[in-house]
Design a protein around this ligand. Structure first.
Ligand code: C5P
Length: 233
């Protein structure tokens, strides 16, 4: 069920990020996504600063390593008090379960843990010829999602076009976090499989991740509010 709009803070550094967020009125604190570029540039300090400002944070670092390393790294991220983190389902069950253990705080709470199935940049040819996976892409994605659900993860990152199928396979409560969102009549950019916030809201997406349609808009605050309005209906 449509829950929230997450703004992808795809900025190179702190200065640009704060300049963007400072456009919002003091009481309005969007859920934000911080990815590798900003995190590697600024480190954990940027997370602490965003939390202190009152934002919920999806830390998009897509962990993928041996189970023990991922468990220990997740424990560090959990202590940063982020709200959502992710990993590659390709790390398999043992790694996903270790990640959950690492994330769980002494009081039993933890950030939401979301799996990346197959990157949308991986085409059918790379899947078959380089990753040596003969199963068709759609089935691979759904099977990875089911595996993540069986391990106790909270959901997957997927295209809004796949959200309903993921729910069908993994259950209504399994979360779908969906990039590839564009306003009707807006600039598509490099995204290929897109959906409007309104349609995403009716298609089984729990969270939509919106980057450039908000960050590059002439009036980002109004664009964000429009996304929220259309998505939550
Ligand atoms: O600017 P735009 O709305 O396309 O940004 C979408 C965000 O979601 C970016 O941060 C991008 O890296 C991320 N993303 C994506 N497609 C995926 C996974 C993540 O667009 N499959």
């Amino acid at each position: 069920m449509a829950d929230d709009v997450i703004i992808a803070l795809d900025f190179p550094a702190r200065e640009e990020t704060l300049a963007f967020l400072d456009r919002f009125p003091a009481g309005e604190k969007p859920f934000v996504k911080i990815g590798m570029e900003l995190y590697y540039a600024e480190g954990p300090a940027i997370i602490r600063e965003m939390k202190a400002r009152g934002h919920k944070i999806f830390l998009d670092l897509k962990l993928h390593d041996i189970p023990n390393t991922v468990k220990r790294a997740m424990a560090v991220l959990s202590r940063l008090d982020v709200d959502m983190v992710n990993l590659h389902a390709a790390g398999a069950s043992e790694m996903m379960k270790a990640a959950l253990e690492g994330l769980t705080r002494p009081d039993g709470t933890r950030p939401l843990l979301i799996a990346v199935t197959q990157l949308t940049s991986t085409g059918a040819a790379a899947l078959k010829d380089e990753l040596l996976i003969d199963t068709p892409m759609a089935e691979t994605v759904l099977s990875y999602a089911q595996n993540a659900a069986r391990c106790g993860l909270d959901g997957v990152v997927c295209s809004p076009l796949e959200a309903a199928l993921v729910k069908e396979r993994c259950g209504e409560n399994f979360l779908t976090v969906t990039p590839g969102i564009r306003f009707a009549g807006g600039d598509v950019g490099d995204q290929k499989r897109i959906m409007t916030p309104e349609k995403a809201g009716r298609s089984g997406c729990d969270y939509i991740v919106v980057g450039r349609p908000v960050t590059q808009a002439p009036d980002p605050v109004e664009a964000y509010r429009r996304a929220v309005r259309e998505f939550l209906g």
